[in-house]
Design a protein around this ligand. Structure first.
Ligand SMILES: *[C@@H]1O[C@H](CO)[C@@H](O)[C@H](O)[C@H]1NC(C)=O
Ligand SMILES: *[C@@H]1O[C@H](CO)[C@@H](O)[C@H](O)[C@H]1NC(C)=O
Ligand SMILES: *[C@@H]1O[C@H](CO)[C@@H](O)[C@H](O)[C@H]1NC(C)=O
Length: 250
């Protein structure tokens, strides 16, 4: 019962805010990202330079992203572009050598939505800044920063400019309730939600979520695009050891 009321309260608040701030709302909300984010946020692109998903630089040769972004992809058909927040200006493009999907990734329920990509050659150190993975778990109300080249409107093309959005970690229980008709929100996932008009859209998947300059999550799934439901992300802490071992061995 409590959960139900919480969800109603949130939805009513969201509707109220929508009415009162209509002019300020832009999907996905947020501002243009400062250039520092371009050094660890990777744009995974197809061979014609279309942005497909985001990712994060975790070593001089490895990128983490969401498994659903690269599950059936051949490495030779994807490029990793990094070093810029403007896809039409600056940055460098790198070839991929291989892709490793987390073993227990399940496409339909999105559990363990995580993959590590190895580049054909190491990044040029001028283009990147390796982001550390935070081994500590996230808590409700923690403040996190999301960046993405995702679309700015429903069914829109992805954005050529990276945007940044400050969010808070949403109640796991309320999120599970809000998403109950979609799929279960499990312990290796977390949610963010502020209001309608702020959230993820097509092309944001795989993108890094950062807290105190450390990587805490990757955008995984949701009901696009900021229509009033939480966004669901892969937690990094439970996968800390797995990612470290991939960086060493793969
Ligand atoms: C890249 O993606 C765009 C947009 O989805 C598509 O139109 C284009 O055909 C794709 N290019 C290749 C080489 O797959
Ligand atoms: C989702 O898929 C995983 C891996 O296949 C499985 O272990 C898990 O039980 C599934 N979870 C739910 C809620 O269906
Ligand atoms: C993936 O998850 C779905 C939904 O929970 C389940 O029905 C299916 O068996 C799982 N697939 C695998 C390969 O475990």
């Amino acid at each position: 019962m409590m959960r139900k009321w919480l969800v109603y309260a949130i939805l009513i608040t969201a509707l109220f805010i929508k009415d009162s701030q209509e002019s300020a709302l832009r999907i996905i909300g947020g501002d243009e990202a400062p250039s520092k984010f371009g050094f660890f946020h990777v744009s995974l692109q197809n061979l014609t330079g279309h942005h497909v998903c985001g990712g994060a630089v975790v070593s001089d040769r490895h990128v983490v992203t969401a498994a659903h972004c690269v599950q059936n992809a051949e490495p030779q058909y994807i490029k990793a572009v990094v070093g810029t927040t403007n896809l039409d200006e600056g940055g460098n493009s790198y070839d991929l050598e291989s892709i490793r999907i987390f073993n227990d990734f399940n496409f339909s329920n999105k559990t363990n939505d995580l993959a590590v990509i190895k580049l054909a050659k190491p990044f040029n150190s001028n283009d990147v800044e390796i982001i550390e993975i935070d081994p500590t778990n996230l808590n409700e109300n923690d403040e996190v920063t999301l960046t993405g080249f995702g679309a700015r409107e429903v069914n829109g093309a992805s954005s050529r400019l990276m945007h940044v959005l400050e969010l808070t970690v949403f109640s796991q229980e309320t999120c599970q309730y809000a998403m109950r008709y979609t799929r279960p929100v499990d312990v290796n996932m977390f949610c963010t939600f502020t209001r309608i008009g702020e959230g993820t859209c097509h092309g944001d998947s795989g993108g890094p979520i950062v807290k105190n300059k450390k990587l805490v999550g990757l955008v995984s799934w949701g009901i696009p695009c900021a229509v009033g439901f939480p966004d669901v992300h892969t937690r990094m802490a439970p996968f800390f050891d797995w990612i470290q071992s991939q960086i060493k061995q793969f």
